[in-house]
Design a protein around this ligand. Structure first.
Ligand code: SAM
Length: 246
């Protein structure tokens, strides 16, 4: 199953489309929010592609079982290594060059740096887990890299995969267009973003900071930088110390 671009490949592409291949029990959840706005337009324009593989097609027996009870007992079900390996091997026939990721609360946290590095590559193959997760042996057996989107537990990997894909897709050259600049975004320079304002100039007795209306670009840049540092120190001092140590 593939979500192919509805329009022809745009001319003037400087690189082949970035490829996303998702292995899931719920392919119908995709593209979901990735099908609208900038990511959706980029998908239609062929800047990236989305392939979906239904894990159940590789299930065992008449009922296409994909999971079984945990060895050693306990609650819930575990996705079988043999079923998932068959699904991965099939998906890899076309996309052997893609890094293979498993969305998992145990993984290394998804960061802007990781999203940037993945988006600079050919694409990603992502396994979305369900139930209690996957048989541990698959991780070494197929060389999966575990990636977490945060310290909480979701009911499945689909939303986590969408988060990862969205973070990567918006960094593909041409996706955001000329209107948006990535340079000053949160995390791009190790800081959170400075506060943004627009019209009206005064809203409910809250004025826009005078410096932003001054037209003095050097002063504005200095104010934004000091606000970014202040907010980062207040909310995420860990980002400042990792910058100082890095
Ligand atoms: N039993 C697992 C544990 O405690 O680590 C949680 C399994 S969770 C209910 C089912 C699936 O959701 C996982 O296999 C994973 O694919 C996905 N998932 C849940 N939380 C996630 C997170 N924070 N980041 C990435 N994926 C997550």
């Amino acid at each position: 199953m593939a979500h192919t671009p509805t329009s022809h490949s745009p001319s003037g592409l400087t690189r082949p489309p970035w490829r996303a291949s998702v292995l899931t029990l719920f392919p119908e959840a995709f593209p979901g929010p990735l099908g609208v706005s900038l990511a959706g337009q980029a998908l239609d324009a062929g800047l990236w592609s989305l392939k979906l593989l239904q894990i159940r097609d590789f299930g065992i027996g008449r009922h296409r079982a994909v999971d079984d009870t945990p060895a050693g007992g306990g609650a819930g079900m575990v996705m079988r290594a043999d079923v998932l390996a068959s699904a991965i091997d099939a998906a890899r026939q076309d996309d052997a060059d893609l890094p293979l990721l498993y969305m998992s609360p145990r993984g290394n946290p998804l960061t802007q740096e990781r999203a940037r590095s993945l988006s600079a590559g050919p694409g990603v193959m992502v396994l979305a887990g369900r139930f209690e997760g996957i048989d541990e042996r698959l991780i070494a057996g197929r060389g999966l890299t575990e990636v977490s989107i945060g310290d909480y537990v979701l009911s499945g990997g689909e939303i986590a995969a969408m988060v990862l894909l969205d973070a990567c897709v918006r960094l593909i050259p041409g996706v955001l267009g000329a209107s948006a600049s990535l340079v000053h975004e949160s995390f791009e320079d190790g800081l959170l973003e400075y506060p943004q304002y627009t019209k009206p100039r005064d809203w409910e007795g809250r004025p826009t900071p005078e410096v932003l209306l001054s037209g003095d670009h050097a002063k504005i840049a200095a104010w934004r930088r000091s606000e970014a540092v202040r907010i980062t120190r207040e909310r995420r001092p860990d980002l400042i110390s990792s910058k100082e140590n890095g």
